[in-house]
Design a protein around this ligand. Structure first.
Ligand code: AMP
Ligand code: GLY
Length: 436
């Protein structure tokens, strides 16, 4: 038997739990910030607690004789859960606190690419209170800009010209505002193109990709409304995307490989875990938006269910740095994931409202922000349940997801357009226009 500690509570962690659960020799022990009924069902034991409570996580791991841990979200990585488990001899799939900088410090990542001459950076500069007077000149050098606080901001601190503000004066004001609470701020050129996620697994030496995925950040259909954690996502049966060729995926993978090498060169540490690159295909080629030190949510749901290779074995090979010996295979299927969210999400979601789901034969279901009470499931305010359709084509996968979602009763909404022909054609037209 292999005892695995899973840290995480979201639909992403539910998908990770399911991937482990395919191996009957794995016993899952889950530490969650709030009880996910789906994960609880797949676990031998669960403990609810704060991710910053490293002592409780260590106790729980010791008590259950954990062989290795898998860390789902970024917060515990940032809190140093991997280092804490290492102290008691438990290895993790997930970077140490200092290597989680790949996600938690945007300046670390931009500077790393620059120092090691790796493609993918837009024009950028990092500013702090000492070179504040130089921001204005740099802002004026660029056409349109994006302003990013340096540090974890729960995905909310990034502001894009044209979306969140219009003028360079507003950009400067926001930089100053950021510097009141953060040590530094990144100003970068706004890139125009189509975004995609390439989630890779690495043992610090070998880097293996999972199929590329496209997420949908905006709350409402046709990509309007406020930004969210991601309303849904899709992946194609050929492991490319309708607007993305093999050469583009190869370029993104090459960037990630070089970054993994650069991390070791720079820190003498090996990065073990997920390197999830948010990339954008532009007229100038594939550029890097950011790295995350974890799987994406919803993107984890698009790739983990397609895994043909035993997930626990992959994790073990990451820990002993033999990932190059494993042949990691994914089914050649298309996937479409759609989240149902409470009405009013993300700004003013209804809370504590009941949601009823009918079991669908055709789609998988992953719980996110829902609580199991005696009389059913209640939504807590964030993304509630993810539905995943899998098929031989995007059309089939989209239909399966949509059919499952249509069986949901409650004060919810979802984006019907994700994975549809119309929206995908819009993406293709956009990229054709950009590439000329
Ligand atoms: P991040 O928190 O870095 O993922 O940024 C959030 C979102 O801001 C990304 O998903 C992009 O849509 C957008 N974004 C970030 N950096 C840029 C950039 N340089 N150019 C255009 N859009 C960007
Ligand atoms: N889907 C975006 C994220 O996981 O950060």
């Amino acid at each position: 038997m292999t005892n695995v500690l899973l840290v995480g509570h979201s639909a992403r962690a539910h998908a990770i739990a399911e991937a482990f659960n395919k191996n009957k020799a794995v016993k899952l022990y889950s530490f969650m910030k709030s009880k996910n009924p789906g994960i609880a069902l797949l676990s031998e034991d669960v403990l609810i607690g704060s991710y910053s409570d490293l002592e409780s996580i260590k106790e729980f791991a010791k008590k259950n004789k954990i062989d290795f841990a898998f860390i789902g979200p970024e917060d515990p990585l940032n809190d140093g859960v991997v280092d804490a488990l290492q102290e008691i001899g438990i290895a993790s799939v997930g970077p140490t606190q200092s290597l989680a900088k790949l996600e938690t410090s945007k300046s670390f990542t931009r500077d790393l690419l620059k120092k090691y001459d790796i493609d993918g950076n837009p024009k950028f500069n990092v500013f702090n209170n000492n070179n504040l007077n130089e921001i204005n000149d740099f802002l004026n050098e660029l056409n349109e800009v994006v302003i990013k606080p340096d540090g974890l901001t729960g995905g909310k601190g990034v502001r894009v010209q044209g979306d969140h503000f219009n003028t360079k004066e507003e950009a400067l004001d926001y930089c100053k505002e950021v510097l009141e609470t953060h040590e530094s701020v990144i100003v970068e050129e706004k890139l125009d193109g189509e975004e995609f996620s390439l989630q890779c697994l690495t043992d610090g030496k070998a880097v293996i990709m999972t199929p590329p995925v496209q997420d949908h950040k905006r709350a409402y259909e046709n990509d309007v409304g406020p930004n969210t954690g991601g309303m849904g996502s899709y992946s194609s049966e050929n492991h490319l995307l309708p607007f993305l060729k093999k050469e583009h995926v190869d370029a993104a993978l090459e960037i990630t490989r070089k970054v993994a090498d650069a991390i070791h060169e720079e820190t003498s540490e090996y990065y073990k875990g997920v390197m999830y690159g948010g990339f954008i295909l532009t007229k100038e080629g594939v550029k890097l938006i950011e790295y995350n030190a974890r799987f994406g949510d919803p993107e984890a749901m698009n790739v983990l269910p397609l895994l043909k290779t035993d997930f626990a074995s992959i994790c073990q090979s990451i820990i002993v740095q033999e990932l190059d010996r494993v042949k990691v295979e994914f089914e050649k299927k298309a996937t479409v994931c759609k989240y149902i969210v409470p009405k009013g999400y993300p700004d003013k979601p209804v809370k504590n409202e009941k949601v009823e789901v009918a079991k669908s034969e055709k789609a998988k279901m992953y719980y996110a922000s829902v609580e199991q009470k005696d009389d059913g499931l209640y939504m807590s305010g964030s993304r509630a349940i993810a539905f995943l359709g899998i098929g031989n084509s995007l059309e089939e996968a989209e239909k399966a997801a949509e059919k499952a979602v249509s069986g949901v009763k409650g004060k919810v909404f979802h984006r019907k357009d994700i994975g549809t022909k119309t929206l995908i054609q819009k993406r293709i037209n956009h990229i054709n226009k950009i590439l000329g």
